[in-house]
Design a protein around this ligand. Structure first.
Ligand code: ZN
Length: 610
């Protein structure tokens, strides 16, 4: 799934998702099977007239075998984005025809259309798709640009499997660009896929945007960035530099690069969320305009890139094959997402983008997130992704899964005297499950862990029982010293305002005021621009940290905030409201035993001892 910018933002993001998830579920999808269809082609109209109305014109043409009803469905979700979005909600002006005459059709359920062919032969169905929502799994348009994903637009015949080929033809302005991970067909403007899973896993950019590429790890990697001009030479060179560092470190874990080319699609706008969605040969990232130079970007790219192996290929058996009509829960998102976060961080250290201190800070941030959430089993947190829980455990499989991966890596290295690692587990399962067309089961995961650790005792069964199936606190204090590391915790009391802000031209604009927070009490309003807080000038997100640090543990009862409202500066007294925050640090133990130091170096360097 998508990586979130900050571990602490998970709960807030989960709330937004929950609003969408409540739609639907009143009706079971149709159990019927469609008549067979063949020769499937999709034609998409993505020209300036379509962009003007924010609709994509969709046409599907196929050959019917006779008069038996054809049932066509649109997906309920997009793999990697574990939330039900019901793409059929955005369909309008549906129609079907053959030989230029309308065909009878009816809705079989809310995402399925039943078409009645008059005879064997070519049938065309068509509709308009509303593309007005920016979300990495949904279609979005601007006057000169469109982003969409096949799950949004491509109908499939119900109950006929997904192993059938199709082509996609884009009808657009002659001067506009089309970029997708799909293979080009011989005809210009046309693309081809050998099966539906691939078809709907390849995002499209159509219109005006920046495009550039570099050659890394024996592969071309493209940057397709919207809007045009966002990919400045400085950003391009910096991003290429990150790719040259972290991509080889990720390839080294699996020892193969499973795609021909790879594309980083990126949309920047003031309305986007921060984060990305992985695909088999691309990633789609949303980066707020004011974050285009943020330090978390290589972490976003490396996380999504690692998914090219972990989850797009090596995948829990529950997710093989994908189904598109309904939720597909699994207890293993902590491996698919959490372990991906662990490696996304490690790849940056192993490639030399960040140093070990930043990696340990990242892990400490994950540990703090876990500490601040209710006790939740890794398996349960994974299952709950689909309902975006509101108890504070939403998205917990990211930070807790990352920590679990970290601990398992240490345990395997310790048990094997640093001759094996979690890298071996990931690579081994990739070979024995994905390469053989399967997903991995719990038994296969733990067998791979035990085989690489070389243990016959029950320590990993215990790990599974207590932390994956159980809700016990992860044993950081007993495991991390095996890698010469230690967790230090401290709690501080720091001020909270109870607002959300967006940075805009060096000013923080208030976008939300919590009804019971300090800011609401003081009369701070949505739309106010924060100039300074307690004497700390507000210019970027670091300013808020400086403000909190200045007032941590203070005995003052209020502080002055300067805001710009309607062009005028106002000074507002804001009551001090302190909340307790647990600080967690992961630090190297200076006099750690030699074996522990070898393990620590092995993790950070991606090496083992022979
Ligand atoms: Zn992810």
């Amino acid at each position: 799934m998508e990586y979130r910018v900050n571990w602490r933002r998970l709960a807030a993001v989960g709330f937004a998702v929950a609003l969408v998830a409540t739609a639907g579920r009143a009706q079971a999808p149709s159990p019927r099977v469609s008549a067979a269809v063949s020769n499937v082609r999709y034609d998409l109209t993505v020209d300036s007239a379509a962009m003007e109305s924010r609709h994509i014109g969709v046409s599907m043409t196929f050959t019917a075998t006779g008069t038996a009803p054809v049932l066509l469905s649109l997906p309920a979700w997009s793999p990697g984005h574990y939330v039900l979005l019901w793409f059929a909600r955005r369909v309008s002006k549906f129609g079907a025809e053959a030989d230029g005459r309308p065909l009878e059709w009816r809705q079989a359920d809310y995402q399925t259309w039943e078409i009645h062919p008059r005879d064997a032969g070519e049938v065309r169905v068509h509709f308009e798709y509303l593309a007005d929502t920016i979300d990495r799994a949904m279609a979005w348009t601007k006057p000169n640009f469109a982003f969409f994903l096949g799950t949004n637009l491509f109908l499939y015949p119900v109950g006929r499997g997904f192993d059938w080929p199709a082509t996609v033809t884009i009808h657009t302005e002659p001067t506009w660009r089309v970029t997708t991970g799909m293979d080009p067909a011989p005809e210009p403007g046309r693309f081809a896929a050998t099966n539906y899973h691939d078809l709907v896993d390849m995002p499209f950019f159509v219109g005006r945007f920046d495009l550039d590429s570099t050659f890394v790890a024996d592969r071309w990697i493209r940057l397709a960035w919207y809007p045009a001009g966002a990919l400045t030479p400085a950003r391009r060179d910096r991003t290429f530099g990150w790719l040259r560092r972290f991509v080889p470190a990720e390839v080294a874990v699996f020892r193969e690069t499973p795609f021909h080319t790879y594309t980083i699609f990126q949309v920047s706008d003031s309305v986007v969320n921060g984060g990305g969605l992985e695909h088999q040969n691309s990633q789609m990232d949303e980066v707020p305009t004011d974050q285009l130079d943020a330090t978390w970007l290589p972490g976003l790219y490396s996380h999504e890139f690692f998914h090219a192996w972990n989850v797009k290929r090596l995948r829990p058996a529950d997710l093989v094959p994908y189904r598109y009509d309904d939720a597909q829960p699994t207890r293993w998102l902590w491996v698919s997402e959490g372990v991906t976060s662990y490696y996304g961080g490690l790849a940056q250290v192993r490639g030399g983008i960040t140093d070990s201190l930043l990696f340990f800070d990242d892990m400490a941030g994950a540990a703090a997130s876990v500490a601040g959430a209710p006790p939740t089993a890794l398996g349960d947190a994974s299952l709950s992704a689909w309902i975006a829980p509101t108890d504070g455990s939403g998205g917990l499989y990211y930070p807790k899964g990352a920590m679990a991966g970290f601990l398992l890596d240490v345990m395997i290295r310790d048990a094997s005297d640093n001759r094996h690692s979690l890298d071996d587990v990931m690579r081994g399962l990739y070979e024995t499950t994905w390469k053989r067309g399967r997903g991995f089961t719990a038994a296969q995961w733990w067998a791979a862990v035990e085989r690489n650790a070389g243990t016959t005792d029950h320590r990993f069964q215990e790990f599974a029982r207590r932390y994956v199936d159980g809700r016990e606190e992860l044993p950081l204090d007993s495991i991390l010293p095996l890698a010469g590391l230690r967790v230090e915790t401290d709690s501080i009391r720091e001020p909270r305002l109870g607002i959300s802000t967006a940075l805009d031209s060096g000013e923080a604009r208030v976008t939300d005021v919590g009804p019971t927070g300090a800011a609401a009490t003081a009369g701070i309003q949505v739309g106010d621009r924060l100039v300074s807080l307690g004497g700390v000038r507000v210019s970027d997100y670091v300013s808020f940290g400086a403000f909190r640090a200045r007032y941590a543990g203070t005995t003052l009862t209020s502080f002055p905030a300067v805001v710009r409202r309607d062009g005028e500066l106002r000074t507002i007294q804001v009551p001090v409201r302190l909340v307790v925050r647990t600080l967690v640090r992961v630090v190297a133990v200076p006099d750690a035993p030699a074996k522990a130091v070898r393990i620590r170096h092995g993790i950070l360097g991606g090496t083992i001892d022979r």
